[in-house]
Design a protein around this ligand. Structure first.
Ligand SMILES: *Cc1c(COP(=O)(O)O)cnc(C)c1O
Length: 468
């Protein structure tokens, strides 16, 4: 597999010629020091899959809201000098969100946080019967999803026997020796349990492996067997092409602090396909009531048709409005252009990783110092590539990870052996991809020496970024 391996000069040229290279200036880039490393200058932040960076306009929006709070006080709900009355603070967000997820505006609501939204939607759409009560989820799912899903069958103990509750969750796992799920295997589980599955719950992009699921193929099968399909889009939204209507997804949730840069623990959102909203079963609150009559304070609950009818509380302004900055930026750039650049950035990362002398493939000795790649090849991934540092365990990964941090490369670690690297379209550069791989190689080289010498190498002796 001899691909053209780009040099740092090639990558710098790609950055200069990149029509989207201006968007980086919209963000506040962290310094190496602030990220825990040593040296001057900006860190290489490849952790936007976990917490997106601060958009400069988001800072401005928050300051504006503080000023409105200070000066307009309660009237800010209705009259707002920046035309964002708090009563409808989600109004400018909804059209953008609908566009990037491929849905109608009335199918989108901006509310609460991701896990609470899972509970909200499961209260409405998980309606188990004695015959059909099971939920499909990956065994390796994000723990919050796993806990949330397991809690729902227990709420139906009048309908389900204890044995049914105990068997309600079908956990999907990859084949022996494989890291990610095969679509054909998922389809087979659906077929094998076709009379008992109520809901298929999957991520759009898997948080740990970076796998992008083939929802266009899985959703029709879920419907064929009479189940609903719901998606966790935490790592998908703002990252990969998303066509909820076209794929015919029933419901979905997301957070906004990852690829949408809305800030730590910012507000989440959800999607409900129009045909699912039967006007009935839900957890109700005044914000789900029709906006036109909400302030009449009537005792009769009249839900807003569509997803917004499933909201509970007034929308948190300070954790919502930072989102506007990135949504407007995405609109300016064009989401398809972002997705295309994301493929190119991540494709470059994959090429450089696979060309590294530290790359360990399935046929190699798994006990040598190096890394495996967990993430599938394009097109089954977003911008994130997850690598597992070898030999696994033995504290190898944390040492390698901290050497990278020391030099200003910020990925994130997942014990025991995984490092996730996500070059984010809106603020990362091609050149950073090259430097990240060099830094990883250096950290691994030091690990080789460390293991050979029984553990004493002065990591500060090398600094590849200042040397090149
Ligand atoms: C980030 C993430 C969450 C976080 O849930 P919160 O309720 O926002 O804390 C949940 N599930 C997945 C898959 C995630 O990636």
């Amino acid at each position: 597999m001899e691909k053209n391996i780009p040099t740092l000069e090639d990558l710098a040229r790609l950055d200069r010629e990149d029509p989207l290279n201006w968007t980086r200036d919209e963000f506040e880039m962290p310094t190496i020091k602030a990220c825990g490393g040593e040296g001057e200058g900006e860190a290489i932040y490849f952790c936007g899959n976990s917490l997106g960076l601060l958009n400069k306009r988001a800072r401005q929006h928050i300051l504006e809201e503080l000023d409105v709070w200070s000066t307009s006080t309660v009237t800010g709900h209705f009259k707002h000098p920046h035309n964002r009355p708090w009563k409808h603070v989600d109004a400018p967000l909804t059209p953008h969100l609908a566009k990037i997820i491929g849905a109608k505006e009335e199918e989108v609501a901006h509310s609460s946080t991701l896990t609470s939204n899972i509970h909200n939607l499961f209260m409405s759409f998980y309606r188990p019967t004695e015959k059909r009560w099971k939920i499909v989820i990956e065994k390796g799912s994000f723990p919050s999803d796993w806990y949330a899903i397991h809690s729902h069958p227990k709420l139906h103990d009048k309908v389900l026997s204890q044995e049914q509750i105990d068997n309600a969750v079908i956990g999907l796992s990859p084949r022996e020796g494989e890291e990610t799920l095969r679509t054909e295997d998922i389809l087979k589980v659906l077929e094998d349990n076709k009379d008992t599955i109520a809901i298929v719950w999957l991520p759009l992009v898997q948080y740990y492996t970076g796998q992008l699921f083939d929802i266009a193929t899985i959703a029709p099968k879920a419907h064929e067997i009479g189940a609903l399909i719901g998606l966790d889009m935490a790592h998908g939204i703002g990252n990969v092409e998303t066509k909820l209507n076209e794929w015919d997804v029933d419901f979905a949730v997301w957070c906004t602090y990852k690829y949408l840069n809305a800030g730590p623990a910012a507000i989440g959102g959800y999607y409900i396909k129009t045909r699912l909203d039967d006007g009935g079963r839900r957890l109700a609150g005044w914000w789900g009531n029709d906006a036109a009559t909400r302030f009449q304070m009537s005792p009769d609950f009249q839900p807003t048709p569509g997803a917004k009818g499933y909201q509970h509380s007034c929308t948190p302004v300070l954790s919502s409005i930072p989102l506007l900055a990135t949504l407007e930026l995405i609109d300016k750039v064009g989401f398809p252009n972002m997705v295309a650049k994301g493929r190119q950035l991540t494709g470059t990362l994959a090429t450089l990783l696979q060309a590294s002398r530290y790359y360990v493939d399935a046929k190699d000795d798994q006990s040598r110092v190096g890394f495996k790649i967990l993430t599938p090849d394009a097109p089954y991934r977003g911008t994130q590539i997850s690598i597992a540092i070898t030999p696994e365990g033995k504290g190898t990964m944390p040492r390698v990870f901290s050497r990278m941090i020391q030099r200003g490369v910020v990925g994130d670690e997942r014990q025991p052996s995984v490092i996730r690297l996500s070059p984010v379209v809106l603020y990362n550069k091609f050149e950073e991809v090259g430097k990240t791989v060099q830094t990883l190689e250096l950290a691994l080289k030091e690990e080789e020496e460390w293991q050979k010498n029984g553990g004493d190498v002065d990591v500060k002796d090398h600094d590849i970024i200042s040397k090149e």
